[in-house]
Design a protein around this ligand. Structure first.
Ligand code: SF4
Length: 252
């Protein structure tokens, strides 16, 4: 049986349970919408996403400046949108505190998605911290697995990536099919620059991670993030010393 989100079936738990099936027709429709949305504002893109996919529309955030910007927009457009954070157990305390600031300012309660082991259990299982020797496996166990769980039953998710963040992200569509998670991936800030994000953050007093003021442009888990020097790529401080620039969420 082929399910499509516009099948005319009643909305609700039963109809929504099957995942989206990416027929050629559906993928062509998403590509056409993506092309149309190239000139839309991030708010217009989010509105489109909510109209098209809610209540099966969600967002994962690491509380970066782009994610904070999207949450600020969602608070006006659709504050009921479920937002979650992959809490690996290795996040900075400043990052965890941001969750509380988001709740206070916007009433959005970001849900933590947890791995199936605590940090202590995980390190005991592996005879020490795996991030030091095999960060790909660590990211897989502590981010990717919980993300796959979180993606179940959803049809679309918002991503906070910008095309100018790194060469890997330069070709990201506004609306694309995320094969890895079997979801429609919507990137409302794909066309925005870092300056546009920070202009809005400062203008609207959007909460942000204080570590950004201490030389950390991109913040992940504490052991895998370092401050960067002037002129370095903004993700250069992630997994420094390893041939790794993405945790696996955004590369296919
Ligand atoms: Fe583990 Fe580092 Fe990946 Fe966090 S970023 S899950 S600590 S490897």
């Amino acid at each position: 049986q082929v399910f499509s989100i516009d099948s005319g079936e009643p909305r609700g738990a039963l109809a929504a349970d099957p995942p989206l099936y990416p027929t050629d027709e559906f993928l062509a429709e998403m590509a056409a919408e993506s092309a149309k949305l190239e000139t839309a504002t991030p708010q217009e893109i989010l509105r489109w996403a909510v109209d098209r996919f809610a209540p099966k529309f969600t967002m994962a955030t690491a509380f970066g400046p782009e994610g904070m910007t999207i949450m600020h927009m969602l608070a006006e457009i659709a504050p009921e949108t479920p937002v979650f954070n992959l809490d690996t157990g290795y996040q900075f305390k400043e990052t965890l505190e941001l969750r509380e600031r988001v709740k206070e300012k916007y009433g959005i309660e970001v849900e933590y998605k947890l791995p199936d082991t605590t940090v202590q259990q995980y390190e005991e299982m592996h005879g020490g911290p795996l991030y030091a020797t095999n960060p790909n496996q660590c990211c897989f166990d502590r981010k990717m697995r919980p993300l796959h769980e979180a993606a179940k039953g959803q049809h679309a998710w918002a991503s906070a990536i910008r095309r100018d963040q790194s060469p890997d992200r330069a070709a990201a569509p506004i609306v694309g099919w995320d094969k890895k998670f079997q979801l429609v991936k919507i990137s409302p800030l794909a066309n925005w620059t870092k300056n546009q994000v920070w202009d809005l953050i400062l203008k609207e007093s959007i909460p942000y991670n204080p570590l950004h003021d201490q030389g950390f442009p991109s913040i992940g888990c504490q052991p895998c993030t370092r401050a960067t020097q002037l002129g370095e790529d903004e993700r250069a401080g992630r997994w420094a010393g390893f041939e790794k620039t993405e945790c696996g969420l955004h590369n296919s």
